[in-house]
Ligand binder design. Structure first.
Ligand SMILES: NC(=O)c1ccc[n+]([C@@H]2O[C@H](COP(=O)([O-])OP(=O)(O)OC[C@H]3O[C@@H](n4cnc5c(N)ncnc54)[C@H](O)[C@@H]3O)[C@@H](O)[C@H]2O)c1
Length: 428
């Protein structure tokens, strides 16, 4: 066979982007499909509920045209993205009918048995080089990959809600994920305009784990009746720069959703007291006061969806940000966030840079925990935790070994320095 010579000077056609499939066309799956289509990939939508994939494409078509109508994207870009959606033979859930893909992202219900089933089928029907990713928020990637012959290609790609707007993607390494698969996925999501961070498949990954004390400390103080939610919210926004306080934020997320994440992290860490959910939040969930979506949560919500009586008192908020640590929600919250982040990095789950990036982008924190560590100083954070640990023993406030080492390492260095000086003095 002869090869047709290429006329010189003809620009080579760039390789077509690999097709992507999204399994589960609910809120996350549809959002991820939009991101991939806008990046130029053909996107096959799949959902076990008959007609759901086609409906998702209809909704996405309308969303993209609205974006064009508002001038956020051009009409050509909208039509091009719409042209990338594929409702093919696998659309209604038959994954054996899915053609070979470059990447499959699963965003089906958060159930291990359902996900294992999906990955088992994908593993035996997709080519060995196809990347298989799960958007799970809480399940272990190695467990999801259990039935897959080449588990090296199974990774987590944890998008944040809503995927088209949120920049962060946690690229999650399961026990068996290969470095090549992680590198390919990282490059791909970066080419989609996202900011990938790497982490292991630790409970809650980076964001959902490090963020726990942001909710927990304020809830504990409200539970004891030592401060009102509105004052605590104001203290954390005014004096720590958070865009929204924990009570308003959990009302927005849904108390049930936020409680479930916290409980999942707690259970997966063998009920580590650091993550124990509060009775305060459980009571809200049990009472059906779930937040804005149910008209009442911590706050009551009017017709306009705005919280009522959510204005804190300036004087009270100042006291909550400047007083002794037990009654200082800012010191408690920041010390716990820093401790959590230091511990995560110490265990080798992520780098400090990625932790800071993840918390700034995933939760919209004004600073990353390591920036707060530098600002507050490890010694202050450690002292705050020790005071809290003495006041409330039981392990919630135990300092990370790595935090202790940061402070006591410095003391040791100082001691070593003194010893050296003494030794020199002896010599002289
Ligand atoms: N909602 C969030 O804020 C958020 C954020 C990050 C990650 N996640 C994770 O993303 C996943 C999806 O969440 P969601 O909020 O989009 O849920 P959703 O309920 O909106 O959508 C799930 C979809 O999956 C479909 N489905 C169920 N079983 C299936 C199967 N076997 N095959 C194909 N499709 C199936 C359902 O019909 C539904 O359309 C979950 O794992 C969740 O933990 C959610």
């Amino acid at each position: 066979m002869t090869q047709t010579p290429q006329p010189s000077g003809t620009p080579s056609t760039p390789d077509a982007l690999p097709p992507v499939a999204v399994v589960g066309a609910g809120s996350m799956g549809a959002g991820i499909a939009q991101v991939a289509a806008q990046a130029g990939h053909d996107v096959h939508l799949v959902d076990v509920r008959p007609g759901a994939a086609a409906e998702a494409v209809e909704r996405l078509t309308s969303t993209l045209r609205k974006l064009a109508g508002k001038g956020k994207i051009t009409a050509d870009a909208a039509e091009e993205a719409i042209g990338h959606f594929v409702v093919g033979p696998a659309a209604d859930g038959d994954l054996t009918a899915l053609p070979p893909m470059g990447l499959v992202i699963e965003a089906a219900v958060e159930r291990l048995d359902v996900k294992q089933d999906i990955f088992r089928t994908l593993g035996s029907h997709q080519p060995a080089e196809t990347l298989l990713a799960s958007n799970t928020s809480s399940l272990d990637i190695a467990a999801i990959a259990e039935g897959v012959d080449e588990p090296g290609r199974v990774i987590g790609l944890h998008f944040f809600n809503p995927p088209p707007l949120m920049k962060l993607v946690e690229v999650v390494r399961g026990g068996n994920s290969s470095p090549q698969a992680l590198d390919r996925a990282t490059a791909l999501v970066r080419s989609w305009g996202k900011t990938p961070v790497r982490c292991t498949s630790t409970p809650g990954f980076i964001v959902n784990r490090v963020a726990r004390p942001f909710y927990g400390e304020a809830q504990r103080m409200a539970q004891r009746g030592s401060a009102s939610p509105a004052d605590l919210d104001l203290a954390l926004t005014r004096y720590a720069g958070f865009a929204m306080g924990p009570f308003r934020l959990t009302d927005l997320i849904g108390q049930d959703v936020n409680y479930a994440v916290g409980e999942s992290v707690w259970e997966q860490t063998d009920r580590d007291p650091r993550y124990e959910p509060t009775a305060y939040q459980k009571d809200l969930v049990d009472a059906g006061t779930l937040g804005r979506k149910s008209g009442r949560g911590v706050y009551a919500y009017g017709e306009d969806g705005a919280p009522q009586d959510a204005e804190g008192d300036e004087f009270a908020a100042r006291a909550l940000a400047t007083g002794p640590v037990e009654s200082n929600v800012v010191a408690r919250t920041l010390s716990m966030l820093v401790n959590e982040a230091v511990d995560l990095v110490h265990r080798g789950e992520a780098t400090r840079e990625d932790v800071d990036t993840a918390m700034r982008l995933g939760t919209n924190y004004p600073k990353g925990p390591f920036e707060w560590l530098d600002e507050l100083g490890a010694a202050t954070v450690l002292e705050n935790l020790r005071v809290m640990d003495a006041a409330y023993p039981g392990g919630r406030y135990r300092p990370s070994e790595a935090l202790v080492a940061l402070v006591e390492g410095a003391v040791e260095d100082g001691e070593a320095h003194t010893q050296k000086q003494n030794a020199r003095g002896d010599d002289a």
